[in-house]
Design a binder for this molecule. Structure first.
Ligand SMILES: NC(=O)c1ccc[n+]([C@@H]2O[C@H](COP(=O)([O-])OP(=O)(O)OC[C@H]3O[C@@H](n4cnc5c(N)ncnc54)[C@H](O)[C@@H]3O)[C@@H](O)[C@H]2O)c1
Ligand SMILES: CC(C)[C@H](C(=O)O)[C@@H](O)C(=O)O
Ligand SMILES: [Mg+2]
Length: 376
């Protein structure tokens, strides 16, 4: 009998639903051709959920996610909801509590630029001629995003002060550092930990704990950089980096920087995991309001996020590899969305999804025996 899995799909707002349709095409090909059955349940999250139910994270969505093997997420937020009270907006009322609820403290954001696609990068060819392969390991449920106190106080009729708190415990740093070292040990054995230990107490603890954890991984070369310098060095010498280990805020910023080095944020997937490797998979970018409804957004980050879902949560590495290869081959064939080309010959979101899914189908047909034997 075919093995069955259940995934919760949360398209969300803005370009979310448009790019999610392209991931559905991939799921359809897999369901029809790979001797597995993926049951798909779609739920509302973010602004669309606020409009329908008055909350960005409805109980039904949470209950559905609890029953699934993994979550595939689009994006949330947009101008329609940005003047609502901050704590009920799609981001703070939907995405962040979802991450916290499932204890998704690990966020993995790979930024990979293949050698042959070097021209997609805004960096000079001599810098990227050997490609780029960096993984950003971001702590996702601590730091200034969740620290208390957080709020605003009135000083007088004209003046307020607002405050957020960056907090990290030894335990929180240890667990994310361990993940970064484990990941590096399967790659180039290099970890660069990013902090602001020349100013922030939380960063001083961060650096101490990361250094302590590194003793358990004698083969890994550990360096520390201050965030301001790290931003420069990554642009200057991306190939000297392997795994970046960051707090929640620094990881948010650095992952967007790494994304653009590989061409566009529309190409950068991400995995948010807990210690059981249950995960939420989403593009690193957002709801891109200015692209919404135009059928031009790049669906590749969404499709590669699905590939990560197959790898980490369903443990179906062959399918994951095939999806990644289908994306690469489609790019090699010259197909581009508007964000990764400087000429007018770009294809729509919908066409890019169709091209990648057709490529996947061709590859599955060629590799049929392999896929079946390796996975089952
Ligand atoms: N995970 C999420 O749901 C998530 C992540 C980031 C931002 N957001 C939200 O999205 C909204 C817009 O935020 P923003 O403008 O700062 O960030 P954004 O990531 O939506 O857009 C930043 C830039 O990247 C481009 N871009 C993003 N995705 C693209 C794609 N698939 N193809 C081509 N270009 C793409 C946009 O056009 C824009 O120029 C905000 O409400 C923000 O909070 C949500
Ligand atoms: C939408 C926002 C809350 C989110 C974050 O800051 O984590 C986004 O920017 C991301 O990178 O996933
Ligand atoms: Mg971000």
């Amino acid at each position: 009998m075919n093995k069955e899995y259940t995934i919760s799909v949360l398209p969300g707002d803005g370009i979310g639903p448009e790019i999610m349709l392209q991931a559905y095409k991939i799921l359809d090909i897999i369901n029809k051709n790979c001797m597995i059955k993926i049951n798909i349940h779609q739920y509302d999250i973010g602004g669309i959920a606020l409009d329908k139910y008055g909350t960005a994270l409805p109980q039904k969505t949470l209950d559905g996610c609890k029953k699934s093997d993994a979550i595939l997420f689009g994006s949330v937020g947009g101008p329609k909801w940005s003047s609502l009270p901050a704590n009920i907006q799609p981001e703070r009322g939907g995405l962040l509590p979802l991450r916290k609820f499932f204890n998704f403290f690990i966020n993995i954001r790979p930024a990979k630029l293949y050698k042959i696609l070097g021209y997609l990068s805004p960096l000079k060819n001599e810098i990227v001629k050997n490609g780029i392969d960096i993984i950003c390991v971001r702590e996702l449920i601590g730091g200034i995003y969740f620290g208390s106190p957080k709020g605003r106080k009135k000083i007088n009729s004209k003046n307020f002060y607002a405050f957020d708190t960056e907090t990290y415990s030894t335990y929180e740093i240890e667990r994310i550092a361990t993940i970064a070292f484990q990941l590096a040990s399967k790659r180039k054995n290099i970890v660069c930990s990013i902090d602001k230990a020349n100013v922030l107490e939380s960063s001083i603890l961060w650096r101490e704990v990361v250094t302590h954890v590194s003793k358990k991984f004698p083969n890994i070369k550990l360096t520390h950089l201050y965030i301001d310098n790290a931003i420069m060095q990554i642009i200057k010498k991306p190939n000297t980096f392997d795994v970046l280990l960051c707090s929640n805020l620094f990881g948010d910023i650095l992952s967007d920087e790494c994304a653009i080095l590989t061409g566009s944020i529309g190409m950068l997937p991400s995995a948010s995991l807990n210690d059981t490797l249950f995960g939420l998979y989403e593009p690193s970018g957002g709801s891109a309001p200015e692209l919404t409804g135009k059928n031009i957004a790049n669906p590749i980050a969404q499709i590669l996020s699905l590939a990560m879902l197959f790898r980490y949560s369903l443990k179906l590495n062959d399918i994951s590899n095939l999806i990644e290869l289908a994306v690469l081959k489609t790019l090699k064939d010259g197909y581009r969305t508007f964000d990764i080309t400087d000429n007018e010959n770009y294809i729509t979101t919908d066409m890019m999804g169709t091209k990648i899914s057709k490529k996947l189908l061709q590859m599955i047909r060629k590799n049929e025996k392999n896929i079946i034997s390796k996975n089952f």
